[in-house]
Design a protein around this ligand. Structure first.
Ligand code: IPM
Ligand code: MG
Length: 360
């Protein structure tokens, strides 16, 4: 198969971790007879430095011309980087929001899975970690507070800021359908998370999810308030299969879910639209404090590449091979510094990539 991939390495640890994911993809290509063609594009701080904007229209067009996007991370230290002296619409994150919107990537899949080998790195009590967990956070990605109208202005002499949380029923329906479809391929349970005791947008969310659920009689579903969900994630994460939620709640809950896997450096993600096109990226940020030091954990990005093979290219066997290779490397005791523990072997980012690539 011939696969055309737009590669956005981005800022911070992005270039390091994407390089390792490409190494693993190339090993897959060699073994299974596929060709991966890469087109490198700029987004984030590196695009600001070169073009004065975090994402050019041309880069968007080039991304669309490929089958998928493999992304590292964007942004820098918000306290010290000159990028954060720019107006909000010119900062690195604006590039990420623009590409999500322009490519229509409304469904963000963030799997959080506790590897047997990483139970020591899990910050939860042993009796909780022991049970393990395997959940898929389905975050709506192109609506809600992130894309509602916002402004800061003086009202009656007082500075006032407004952000708007808007959802229409179609936006809710399409992400709910994706969540139930995915649940059908997993353990057939959906937990829809909202704040329906306060927010109108959540009450509409609940109503539409209930309508969609009628078409999936085999799927058990429940509603959960977001504050309770935050608590349940650390109390009993094993209860969750698919967690369906809006943009902002999903942003927060997915960081929490990633932390209980041991490290945010383990969490892959896929952002999908109605077609086979997808953007694949680690859920973690650009980690400017460790950038360029060969310390980053490339596993989240490598697993994101596996998701790309599965969801965009329908190469399930190859995706399985990458996931099995990661598991093998962990079983053999290799760890980057974020997940290292007593009795394991510390390796750098590039070595971790080599080890996985050798085992696909
Ligand atoms: C994420 C990130 C982004 C988000 C930021 C960088 C805008 O936190 O992908 O979770 O909030 O969506
Ligand atoms: Mg986030």
């Amino acid at each position: 198969m011939n696969c055309n991939i737009a590669v956005i390495k981005g800022d911070g640890i992005g270039p390091e971790v994407v390089t390792e994911a490409m190494k693993v993809l190339n090993a897959v290509g060699k073994k299974y007879g596929h060709t991966f063609n890469y087109e490198q594009l700029l987004m984030g701080g590196c695009s600001i430095d070169k073009h004065g904007v975090p994402l050019t229209d041309e880069a968007v067009e080039r991304a669309k011309a490929n089958d998928a996007v493999l992304l590292g991370s964007i942004g820098g230290n918000t306290q010290t980087s000159p990028w954060y002296k720019l107006p909000p619409e010119l900062r690195p994150e604006a590039g990420l929001l623009k590409i999500r919107k322009e490519l229509g990537l409304f469904a963000n899949l963030r799997p959080a899975y506790l590897y047997e080998e990483l139970k020591d790195a899990c910050p939860l009590k042993e009796e909780i970690a022991e049970k393990g967990f395997d959940m898929m956070i389905m975050r709506e990605l192109t609506g809600g507070l992130y894309f509602g109208e916002r402004k800061t202005e003086e009202v009656d002499g007082v500075m006032t800021a407004v952000d708007t949380l808007t959802y229409n029923e179609n936006e809710i329906r399409r992400i709910a359908i994706k969540a139930f479809d995915i649940a059908m391929k997993r353990r057939k349970k959906v937990t829809s998370v909202d704040k329906a005791n306060v927010l109108d947008s959540s009450r509409l969310w609940r109503k539409v999810v209930e309508e969609v659920a009628k078409d999936y009689p085999e799927v058990k579903y429940e509603h959960m308030l977001v504050d309770n969900c935050a608590m349940q994630l650390v109390k009993d994460p094993a209860q969750f299969d698919v967690v369906l939620t809006e943009n902002m709640f999903g942003d927060i809950l997915s960081d929490e879910a990633s932390m209980i896997t041991g490290s945010i450096g383990m969490l892959a993600s896929a952002s999908l639209n109605e077609t086979k096109f997808g953007m694949y990226e680690p859920s973690g940020g650009s980690a400017p404090d460790i950038a360029g030091q060969n310390k980053a954990n490339p596993i989240a990005t490598i697993l994101s590449a596996a998701m790309m093979l599965r969801y965009t290219f329908d190469l399930d066997r190859e995706a399985d091979a990458i996931e099995a290779a990661v598991k093998k490397v962990l079983e053999e005791g290799y760890r980057t510094c974020d997940i290292v523990s007593e009795g394991t072997q510390l390796v750098g980012c590039d070595k971790m990539g080599d080890l996985v690539a050798e085992r696909v």
